[in-house]
Design a protein around this ligand. Structure first.
Ligand code: ZN
Length: 203
């Protein structure tokens, strides 16, 4: 199982980190070991002093997808949730400055958090799904898929030109503006529409 992640898929988020708005999706992969086990709290790793939350919608792949067309993409995922793409921002910045791969900042143990799955059929308009993140009961991220640069179908088509997607693979579809740091004692809660997807405490 693999986790494919999309970077800079919301204009306001690309700008808040001083990045260019991409003309092609920015893609990276996290290994299965980066999944935080269900029900666990997140422990801040020793190697970073600046762990950021990035709340994202996540798709669960339902069938093998290899070089699929945009028009067929909707049939290749069956469930949606919200999750967190934890990022060691200090380490990522150092790696980016040196032009090095940023996996150490993104793919570490526990860096991928998943909420409870919701059937994809439930969402009639995939181009306007609202989601948000609360930190300590205050809203910090809020967006709709209508603000994505590359929508779900474009992403799955693009990703599958390079990597075959298999049942159970996950696609993190990018974070909107409002990313920020976490510290021990914080509680993050993610929602898709009006439903709580996860509640996570930070240690
Ligand atoms: Zn992300």
């Amino acid at each position: 199982m693999k986790i494919v992640c999309v970077g800079r898929n919301y204009v306001a988020h690309a700008r808040e980190l001083g990045n260019e708005v991409p003309t092609d999706p920015v893609i990276f992969i996290k290994p299965e070991t980066s999944l935080l086990p269900n029900g666990s709290s997140f422990s801040i790793p020793q190697f970073s002093n600046e762990i950021h939350y990035e709340c994202e919608l996540v798709l669960r792949i339902a069938k093998r997808a290899q070089a699929i067309a945009k028009k067929d993409a909707a049939s290749y995922y069956d469930a949606i949730t919200a999750g967190i793409d934890f990022t060691a921002r200090d380490l990522q910045q150092q790696l980016k400055e040196k032009g090095l791969p940023w996996e150490k900042a993104k793919a570490f143990d526990g860096a991928a958090v998943l909420g409870v799955w919701m059937s994809a059929d439930r969402f009639r308009n995939k181009r306007d799904i609202h989601f948000c993140l609360y930190k300590n009961k205050a809203i910090v991220q809020q967006a709709s898929t209508s603000q994505m640069i590359f929508d779900f179908d474009m992403l799955l088509s693009h990703i599958s030109q390079y990597f075959t997607l298999e049942p159970g693979d996950l696609v993190f579809t990018g974070t909107p503006a409002g990313v920020g740091p976490v510290e021990p004692g914080d509680v993050l809660e993610g929602f898709v529409e009006d439903d709580s997807a996860f509640e996570l405490s930070i240690q």
